[in-house]
Design a protein around this ligand. Structure first.
Ligand code: AMP
Ligand code: MG
Length: 401
């Protein structure tokens, strides 16, 4: 049986990025850069004022004191977006605003709160303190130089990164298209929520949770009708979904029972199974395979197992399909507020509830059929076999979102 890490490596070894397409920056949030981006311009493009105030030559104010202020003649104003047609020469200053291009000749800006306007003719401005050269000036290219690297291939387009690209004048990027993920649930006992429930039946709950996780991971999802425990029905459902999607996730029917048709159906439609079963709890019955250039994940039926195995094995593949450089989710540190025990012989991804103070505790009953404890949990903690972690231990939580 493969370890989780071996299984994940086997999956990632065969997943390449989907073809890249041009994407308008306004639609690009959450996508991954297919190629690096360099800045076409200096950022900022010109020296400019960091304040509302007066552009001066610092040497003119060398002798300015509160009891003997220096008066400079005002030659004009440069509102943001316009260029003053005159230079600031000895004995003069110009009105500027935050973001105004620095007028020629000036080498410092004095904030308006620090000056006094005099009412002499011609109008002048009184300065009671010296100014340091380049004070209150943002220098051309101080943020990014023209040609400088803005983003690397595989980086996710977060809000700050989108702002950076836009500031450099970039209006579109190349990014892998969103993957389409098909969701199937197998089981004669399953019924759609919202309908009456007859004896022996249960409501189907995996497709909805998996669709949410897949969408959080950047996929477009398609929910397919329930699949009966029967070879022909399973074959045709798998074939249809695989034909229409980049990756298909099914749940249930992947154990060793005689009603478990998923592996047989996948083989019968020409799918190539890569592996089956992973040494972890929950999520041991899990299969991965390929059909043509499509990915197939046969997840366990138990609702907790289905979502946990998605997070650990399918999500990284979806990230890699999108060209992500970091495909594994970031964990968040939390401190156990009570001991957390895995008495079992298999590594257990236990569901933990998180509090606002960075604490974590067991979310309750850890059986793979218990949805209420899973619903209380904020994420998973990886506990080795026969291990008890003491209260106060700092653990790495794999968050649901
Ligand atoms: P299976 O892997 O098909 O043997 O299913 C394992 C357990 O999970 C059984 O108790 C099923 O009834 C339950 N189960 C399977 N699929 C689903 C589903 N889609 N929603 C809720 N429970 C399910
Ligand atoms: Mg079943």
């Amino acid at each position: 049986m493969l370890s989780l890490e071996q299984a994940r490596d086997r999956v990632l070894a065969v997943v390449g990025p989907l073809p890249a397409e041009g994407v308008d920056l306004r639609e690009a949030a959450g996508r991954f850069m297919a190629e690096p981006a360099r800045s076409p311009v200096d950022l900022p493009p010109a020296d400019n004022s960091a304040m509302d105030g007066y552009a001066v030559r610092a040497e003119d104010l060398a002798g300015a004191r509160a009891d003997s202020p220096v008066a400079l003649r005002l030659i004009g104003a440069a509102p943001a977006g316009s260029i003053l047609d005159k230079a600031v020469e000895r004995g003069t200053c110009a009105r500027v605003f935050t973001g105004s291009a620095l007028p020629r000749g000036a080498d410092a800006v004095v904030m308006q709160e620090d000056v006094k306007q005099n009412d002499r003719d011609p109008p002048g401005v009184l300065f009671a303190e010296p100014a340091a050269p380049w004070e209150n000036i943002r220098l051309r290219g101080e943020d990014v130089k023209a040609g400088g690297l803005l983003l690397e291939a595989g980086q996710k387009l977060t809000a700050p990164r989108l702002s950076l690209l836009a500031a450099a004048g970039i209006s579109s990027v190349r990014a892998a298209r969103w993957p389409t993920v098909g969701l199937l649930a197998t089981g004669n006992e399953l019924r759609e929520p919202g309908r009456p429930l007859e004896a022996g039946a249960i409501y189907e709950s995996n497709r909805i949770g998996l669709a949410a996780l897949a969408r959080q991971a950047g996929a477009t999802t398609r929910i397919y009708p329930l699949v009966a425990d029967e070879l022909t029905a399973t074959k045709s459902a798998l074939e249809k979904a695989l034909g229409e999607c980049d990756a298909v996730l099914s749940t249930g029917g992947v154990s060793v029972g005689e009603m478990d048709w998923v592996k047989a159906a996948f083989a019968a439609i020409g799918g190539a199974m890569d592996f089956w079963t992973v040494d972890m709890r929950p999520g041991k019955p899990f299969m991965f395979g390929r059909w043509r250039d499509k990915l197939f994940f046969g997840l366990p039926g138990n609702p907790v197992s289905a979502l946990v195995s998605f997070l650990l094995l399918a999500r990284p593949a979806l990230q890699q399909l999108q060209g992500a450089r970091e495909v594994l989710p970031r964990t968040i540190p939390a401190t156990l507020s009570e001991p957390l025990a895995n008495p079992g012989a298999r590594r257990h991804f236990m569901r933990v509830a998180l509090d606002e103070r960075g604490g974590a505790r067991s979310a309750g009953n850890q059986s793979s059929n218990i949805l209420s404890a899973m619903a209380r949990s904020g994420g998973l903690v990886d506990i080795p076999p026969k291990t008890t972690l003491a209260a106060g231990t700092v653990v790495a939580v794999l968050p649901w979102d």
